[in-house]
Design a protein around this ligand. Structure first.
Ligand code: CP
Length: 307
């Protein structure tokens, strides 16, 4: 798969690679409509998740089955149901699993840098399925594919990244990918205590991506092609009570401000930051986005396992 083996961070995907990847994703979608394919027959995937997941784990495992491969080991809540509970390190776990001959290991870890640590040990590809407040590169792939399919292109779009920009790993990974396209304008909308970190702003500056910071989504709802909403990562610690000075929800009021062809995305799961009353609006793209995760992960596994 080009000049990389592991999938660790969104920055590793060049624009040219993404442009070659999108047609493969579309072909996976067509294959699934016909019951899948057998391109990964004989290939074995392990999923090791130290944090909860519905979409990422289910879509990776379904992707493997629909491609003719097998899931040879699947651990959910590994902090409780693996030997991590007996004090085994991530490095030792990865070393042991390598001995059982998987072809790829999909890892979600609760601390930033977990996938990099695993990749230093592993003889087989590690796919970062989310590492704490670090990154979620396969989510970014499905997000950028969704933008491409929904809007017909990525260059020149204006996007609002909304919510917990400080601890949300999906916005970090997506911002890294957006930096590879031309004419992107980013509006960063968050409560003051959940602003995006300085390293991301430095990256956007280096890639000449203009951005502005806001605390009220209503200020920018009519200016963007994409509202990318995220939830507060309450499981990563308490949030300062500054929500009263901000407005970071998508509701009927925001929908009425939005452009007719704009879309609303969310990596999901959602809490109260998207009102379910807008689900039936055609601009609500988040369930289509989640489904794209299956096709994107099928295509990614094919790239990793067959070149
Ligand atoms: N978007 C996402 O990563 O969802 P899960 O946590 O359910 O995998």
């Amino acid at each position: 798969m080009g000049d990389f083996t592991h999938v660790l961070e969104a920055q590793q995907f060049p624009r040219e690679w993404l442009e070659g990847f999108f047609p493969l994703v579309r072909s996976m979608k067509a294959d699934v409509r016909c019951g899948g394919h057998t391109d990964l027959a004989g290939k074995r995937m392990m999923t090791v998740f130290y944090e909860p997941s519905t979409r990422t784990r289910a879509s990776f495992e379904s992707a493997m089955w629909l491609s003719g491969g097998i899931v040879s080991f699947a651990t959910e809540n590994a902090r409780e149901f693996s030997s991590a509970v007996k004090g085994e390190t991530l490095e030792d776990t990865i070393r042991i699993l390598n001995g059982y001959h998987p072809h790829v290991i999909v890892l979600r870890y609760h601390e930033e840098g977990g996938a990099q640590r695993a990749a230093q040990i592993s003889r087989v590809p590690i796919v970062n399925a989310g590492d704490g407040t670090g990154q979620h590169p396969t989510q970014a792939l499905l997000d950028i594919f969704t933008i491409q399919e929904e809007l017909g292109g990525i260059d020149g779009i204006s996007i609002a990244l909304v919510g917990d920009l400080n601890r949300g790993r999906t916005v970090r990974s997506l911002a890294y990918l957006l930096g590879k396209f031309e004419g992107i304008h980013i509006h960063l909308v968050s409560p003051p205590s959940l602003k995006i970190r300085q390293d991301m702003k430095d990256y956007l500056d280096r890639h000449h991506v203009p951005y502005e910071e806001h605390t009220d989504l209503r200020e920018v709802a009519d200016k963007v092609d994409v509202v990318y909403q995220t939830r507060t990562q309450w499981e990563r610690g308490p949030q300062e009570r500054d929500e009263t000075s901000s407005f970071c929800r998508v509701n009927q009021e925001v929908l009425e401000l939005m452009r007719p062809r704009a879309i609303i995305m969310h990596p999901l799961p959602r809490n109260e930051e998207i009102d379910p009353c807008i689900d039936s609006d055609p601009r609500a793209a988040y369930f289509r986005q989640a489904e794209n995760g299956l096709y994107v992960r099928m295509a990614l596994l094919k790239r990793i396992l067959t070149g």
